[in-house]
Design a protein around this ligand. Structure first.
Ligand code: UD1
Length: 424
């Protein structure tokens, strides 16, 4: 299994191009099932997860043209030949569950494996299913599969989510665009990826308004055509590299990073003593390494709050800050698995329930650590960039699920990272 060897090598300096957002691309790819004409995505990130979604779409009959290493992905769902997403394809990556809504809306039925939990928590899909039921679908769960049918089509509905769910908001949108009549989603998620999905669906002929606010209105249409859409830049990748630049006391331009998507992180970085400048090409992050970082408290929350997907990385930064910070995880119940691994590098972290108290230390020291999930893995990379000596991050397949060319991007800014193992 692949691992990364990382040697601290001083401040990161240079430019990092930010890729298209994984979390957006996966839902946009699912949206291709709704379109009778080709959906062409530019800035599609080449990742294990997006390639996995490609395989699932192909198994459903979508013709996908996406040469290896290219960012342009063309998907044509002229004929849907299967409406079954089997366990083996869904269990490996949760976002594949999002083909259920589009299949239901376009074909009238679908059988999709329940995604199951994952390392960061139980992650149920009850809100997704309730939304489809509200739109008139019959749902049965049998032998681990969701069997959904709406043979006379979906009907617009008024859906009030009891709490904010990004996945359920996106999934309800993916079904409602082809429903008969208007759907109103209240307490909808406001994440930038929701806006990206709405813009793409509208380019295909859908009528979605109110995205970016808690009330989204969708006027159903009879069919969607196709479109060419540029995937929004990955705010989590940008935030991760911003934190890495801050940790090393570097000076990095994040090309394509959008200030408006990263407000909560930028606020925390500024309070920690990091400089963030908006430039025409993106965001510049810099910090004077001779001035210690200040400890900052963080609470994760739905957008525009601090993203759960940056919690682990920010914890790594706080490990070397001057003072004590408290990090509260409000989205997932088990998302501190990076804490014991960071402690192996010399961090001082105490976890109690959903709160971690991080007492900054003057130095971290390299060690063997284990990646447990995608964002946790990259928090270990950040810590390794400032830890004395060599750190070996094991089980990095998680990183390949969500970070495009990570070693290359960091390496060009001076990081000493080498991959060891089968695909090195
Ligand atoms: C969540 C994050 C998203 C992040 C992604 C991957 C939030 C609000 N969402 O999105 O930013 O990119 O993880 O790390 O920050 N839930 C239910 N029933 C459901 C759906 C969700 O109980 O049917 C719960 C989840 O278990 C979780 C919360 O609602 O505690 C928010 O989940 P949701 O936003 O749906 O998760 P993701 O879409 O995976």
């Amino acid at each position: 299994m692949d691992k990364l060897s990382i040697l601290a090598n001083g401040p990161l300096e240079g430019r990092i191009p930010i890729s298209g957002a994984k979390n957006s691309a996966l839902k946009l790819m699912a949206a291709s099932l709704l379109c009778e004409e080709p959906l062409v995505l530019t800035s599609t990130p080449n990742l294990a997860d997006t390639r996995f979604m490609e395989k699932l779409l192909q198994s459903l009959g979508v013709v996908v043209e996406w040469p290896k290493g290219e960012a342009l992905c063309r998907m044509h769902a002229e004929n849907i030949s299967s409406t079954i997403a089997p366990y083996d394809l869904v269990r490996k990556m949760r976002a594949t569950f999002n083909v259920l809504g589009p299949l239901l809306a376009r074909v009238g039925h679908a059988t999709v494996s329940l995604p199951g939990g994952c390392a960061i928590g139980a992650r149920p899909v009850d809100l997704h299913l309730k939304a489809f039921e509200a739109m008139g679908a019959d749902i049965v769960i049998e032998e681990g599969y969701v069997k959904a049918a709406a043979l006379r089509g979906l009907k617009g509905a008024h859906i009030v989510f009891p709490f904010v769910s990004v996945g359920a908001t996106e999934h309800a949108m993916l079904a409602a665009v082809l429903a008969d009549g208007e759907t109103i989603l209240e307490n909808a998620a406001c994440e930038p990826e929701i806006g990206d999905l709405a813009i793409c669906l509208n380019a295909c002929g859908a009528k979605v308004s109110g995205y970016g606010t808690p009330t989204i209105r969708i006027q159903g249409v009879a069919k969607l055509t196709g479109a060419r859409h540029d995937v929004i830049s990955d705010r989590i990748e940008a935030g991760t590299f911003a934190i890495a630049a801050a940790a090393t006391g570097g000076n990095v331009l994040l090309e394509g990073a959008r200030e408006e998507d990263l407000g909560a992180l930028i606020d925390c970085l500024l309070r920690a003593g990091v400089t963030v400048e908006v430039e025409p090409k993106g965001l510049r992050i810099k910090r004077d390494p001779s001035v210690p970082l200040k400890a900052v408290d963080v609470v994760t929350a739905p957008h525009p709050g601090f993203p759960t997907d940056l919690q682990a990385q920010f914890m790594a930064l706080m490990c070397i800050a001057d003072g004590t910070s408290t990090i509260r995880e409000n989205i997932f119940e088990n998302r501190f698995m990076h804490a014991p691994e960071l402690s192996r590098l010399g961090a001082n972290i105490q976890v109690r329930a959903n709160e971690a108290v991080v007492r900054g230390v003057s130095r971290l020291k390299g060690a063997q650590v284990m990646a447990t999930d995608l964002r946790a893995s990259v928090s270990l990379v950040i810590a390794a960039l400032v830890a004395e000596g060599e750190t070996v991050v094991n089980r990095i397949y998680h990183l390949d699920r969500g970070f495009e060319r990570l070693e290359e991007k960091l390496g060009r800014c001076g990081a000493k990272i080498t991959r060891q193992g089968d695909s090195a």
